[in-house]
Design a protein around this ligand. Structure first.
Ligand code: ATP
Ligand code: ATP
Ligand code: MG
Ligand code: MG
Lengths: 254, 254
């Protein structure tokens, strides 16, 4: 049975996709079979891994009864597979609104393939709508990337409340995988202030690994590669390799 | 009649809130009465302008028949007022799904107050859902902030298609106010490459003013102020002052 982790935060641009792709790549490169599910209508993880005009996609799984196995495609990394996304998914909020048990669609979809992988990582869109809810219902735990800036920190409390609500109504076992500080810039006081406040409040729930602001992480997607393939020696790639080690040894944080 | 501008981009973290607040502040400081409407359930523009626990909010206008006039509050800048947001708005997608003419709720709300302002700026959430649709239906034009990075550029084509769809179905007069390059870093090749590609493709639709990556813009919200009040001499504030001048002289770009 795979460990299923949702990477979620309703704040936009905090590094959800960058974390999903590069953590998945780092785990796959250490020979663990990993599946990445792109649940964002922007389909950034899909294009970031070099997959163009995929069909079928997660949209077909939700709307056209395509199985997960039919939608899975390989990537440049042997042990990493992905269920791609597409822009049609933006209509999911409306198209799924009157489907019975719409919150458990993804969970049921994953059930028949979860035995094939060690880890399944779900990249979520920047919203707390039906797609993110599906991810949190299907997941064993949630990994929360937080940019070291004011608005991202401010939204963290609210996100934890939403996670608690999912725990009470749909998924009693939902754990916190961990809080990951991203886009850390040691030259910027704000980074230090925010990360200090987050560590003081959330204590050991925060990963020791920190992801620095590093240009290789922003350049890699334009080459359709994870940073680990694009530039494995970069500070960004090394940070995600460290994160993958911590992820494997520590398990859930709360 | 006010000029109504929606600040929108479904890509997260591109500077929608930072642009809404600081453009609104720059216009208000040049003695134009401005209303900012926070349409994001994260309520970043609300807290960024120092407004805590506001009531009523835009949520009450949508759900509890509160008028716009009842929800408007002042800010530290005399000519700048705001209709605040709150987290309950996250449920709007579902609560509004069976209301007749749900796409024109905001337009009808603004009608009775638009005569009081020169400009009304609407900060949108990072999604193309019912809230952003309401903003595009109510607006005369849309201002699109684009971070000088790959994913933000990649999503631009899709956003323009969505704007066109709104034009065809709800708001034939919807113009493009302009495309604004944000978080520009002259030391980073990616910034130059992306901005060059965007200018080549969208030509004069792109503002000449560019917003640099500038720490004052990220620090100001933690003091509950626009950057213009927090540090008016900063490169970030100056860029928004330049943008406001271009906004006032150039009008819509397409
Ligand atoms: N550590 C980093 N250093 C530098 N750039 C980064 C880093 N992490 C992410 N980026 C870049 O910042 C932008 C935002 O990151 P990303 O798209 O992963 O965030 P997201 O949370 O998935 O956004 P969205 O809310 O739109 O889904 C992207 O252009 C990405 O390439
Ligand atoms: N030019 C800039 N220089 C430095 N930091 C910036 C700049 N513009 C915005 N920021 C910071 O980057 C982060 C993202 O900006 P902002 O929240 O305005 O984007 P957004 O598009 O409104 O995000 P969301 O998609 O979550 O609504 C914030 O922490 C903000 O303070
Ligand atoms: Mg993303
Ligand atoms: Mg915002």
């Amino acid at each position: 049975m795979a460990k299923i982790v949702a990477v979620a935060n309703q704040k936009g641009g905090v590094g959800k996709t960058t974390t999903s792709m590069n953590l998945a790549a780092a785990l796959a490169l250490s020979h663990k079979p990993v599946l990445l599910i792109d649940l964002d209508p922007q389909a950034n993880a899909t294009s970031g891994l070099g997959i163009e005009k995929a069909a079928p996609t997660i949209y077909d799984c939700f709307i056209n009864k395509t199985t997960a196995r039919e939608a899975i495609v390989g990537t440049a990394i042997p042990q990493l597979a992905i269920i791609p996304s597409c822009h049609d998914l933006v209509a999911a909020e409306i198209e799924l609104s009157d489907i019975l048990n719409r919150e458990t669609l993804l969970k049921r979809l994953i059930d028949d393939i979860s035995g094939d992988y060690n880890v399944i990582i779900i990249d979520c869109p920047p919203a707390f709508g039906i797609l993110t809810i599906n991810a949190l219902v299907a997941a064993h735990s949630v990994l929360i990337p937080v940019q070291c800036e004011y608005y991202a920190m401010e939204g963290l409390g609210r996100l934890m409340e939403n996670v608690e609500r999912i725990r009470q109504s749909f998924n009693a076992n939902l754990q916190l995988e961990g809080i990951l500080l991203t886009m850390w810039d040691s030259r910027v006081t704000l980074s230090k202030q925010v990360s200090q406040e987050i560590r003081e409040f959330f204590k050991e729930k925060v990963y020791r690994s920190i992801i620095p602001r590093n240009i290789a992480l922003a350049e890699a997607p334009s080459y359709g590669q994870s940073a680990l393939l694009y530039n494995s020696a970069s500070a960004g790639s090394q940070a995600y390799i460290e994160l993958a080690k911590e992820f494997l040894t520590h398990g859930e944080k709360g």
